[in-house]
Design a protein around this ligand. Structure first.
Ligand SMILES: Nc1nc2c(ncn2[C@@H]2O[C@H](COP(=O)(O)OP(=O)(O)O)[C@@H](O)[C@H]2O)c(=O)[nH]1
Ligand SMILES: [Mg+2]
Length: 336
């Protein structure tokens, strides 16, 4: 999936430079994802290599279940996936390793695909659009904002960053560094300021300067979790008051290496703020990848973006088919 397909509301006339860039990226996309996913995909494929596919037995299904659970897929989702695989294998007489893993990858891809394909898009159709970024400290919020702003700028949607993580002085500095790397504007105040006030200024600035997308960084930890959730709710209200219907996106950032703990974080945030999508980061690290499936299955929130490294280019739109193939299949499929 290409970047220009990841957004709702882009002009169909893309800057030439962005298109060129995407052409380059499309080449070897699959191999690159595989490479980027590193251990995340590797661990699961490795695990499957140890399974002998020499006959459809209960033991085979148990081994597949074990591999999925080990990869953070979660018990409920695993049971559902393996039951489906068993059913389809029986109906269609699938027996070989290639047939079974191929089907497993298809089942997972289906499961990861929202019923409405538009649901996975990031809405930047309003002028300005507001994207609120939330999540626990250290998950990769600020880094993701830098990477997302980079892509938006490339696609001709001028971003403006708002440093509403005022709790830590370093957080404002870090976001400012990303802004200068991307070459976009940032609205900030002194550390300790009221985040709602910074957001108010940010939206006013975006309006007067004609910025297309306002991306709001937020704190990931306060003195208590209740404080944090109250603050996020207040920030939301300030945004909504200035622009009815905003924020147009609330992206929850989750560190994939935290496994099932990431799922619990997601639950807490989803209950307090209206999360419209998940950004799953650090899939290039020691993550086992299956958490993508657990989040989609158990929370029903679409995964919109994945982080696969620390560089500006290391954010990608989430593509269920591509992702499932990278998790389960060894061979590069024809056509990619
Ligand atoms: N390997 C890797 N590191 C990441 C990724 N995203 C963020 N990081 C790193 O995670 C750390 C915390 O990121 P930061 O953006 O400061 O998190 P925040 O506290 O949520 O704002 C930094 O060292 C980032 O470089 C990713 O996709 N892959
Ligand atoms: Mg931060």
């Amino acid at each position: 999936m290409d970047w220009h397909e990841a957004f709702k509301g882009l002009s169909s006339e893309l800057p030439a430079v962005a298109v060129e860039h995407e052409d380059e990226e499309r080449r070897g996309l699959f191999g690159k994802l595989r490479e980027n996913l590193g251990k995340a995909g590797g661990a699961l494929r490795e695990h499957f290599r140890t399974i002998l596919f020499d006959g459809i037995t209960d033991e085979l299904w148990e081994q597949i279940e074990e591999a999925l659970i080990f990869a953070d897929v979660g018990v409920e989702a695993t049971v559902r996936i393996v039951e489906q695989l068993e059913r389809e294998a029986a109906e269609e007489n699938l027996t070989t390793r290639d047939e079974l893993l191929g089907r497993l990858s298809e089942i997972v891809a289906r499961l990861l695909s929202p019923d409405d394909p538009d649901e996975r898009l990031i809405d930047v159709s309003q002028q300005p659009s507001v994207i609120l970024v939330v999540g626990v400290n250290g998950t990769g919020k600020t880094t993701t904002i830098g990477k997302l702003a980079f892509r938006l700028a490339e696609l001709g949607k001028t971003p403006l960053m708002v440093a509403a993580d005022t709790f830590r002085a370093a957080a404002v500095e870090q976001l400012s560094e990303w802004a200068s790397r991307v070459g976009c504007e940032i609205v900030r105040q002194a550390p300790g300021s009221d985040p709602a006030a910074v957001v108010y200024d940010g939206i006013a600035a975006a309006r007067s300067r004609g910025a297309a997308v306002v991306i709001v960084d937020t704190a990931g930890r306060l003195h208590t979790q209740v404080n944090l959730m109250n603050e996020l709710a207040k920030v939301r209200r300030v945004i909504e008051k200035q622009i009815p219907g905003a924020p147009h996106e609330t992206l929850l950032v989750i560190d994939a290496t935290t496994g099932q703990n990431g799922l619990r974080q997601a639950q807490v945030f989803a209950e307090s703020v209206e999360v419209t999508g998940v950004v799953l980061t650090k899939l290039d690290g020691s993550a086992k990848g299956g958490i993508v499936i657990a989040i989609r299955e158990e929370l029903g929130i679409p995964i919109k973006l994945i982080g696969v490294g620390e560089r500006l280019e290391d954010l990608r739109p989430f593509d269920p088919d591509e992702f499932a193939r990278a998790l389960f299949l060894d061979d590069t499929p024809a056509g990619s």
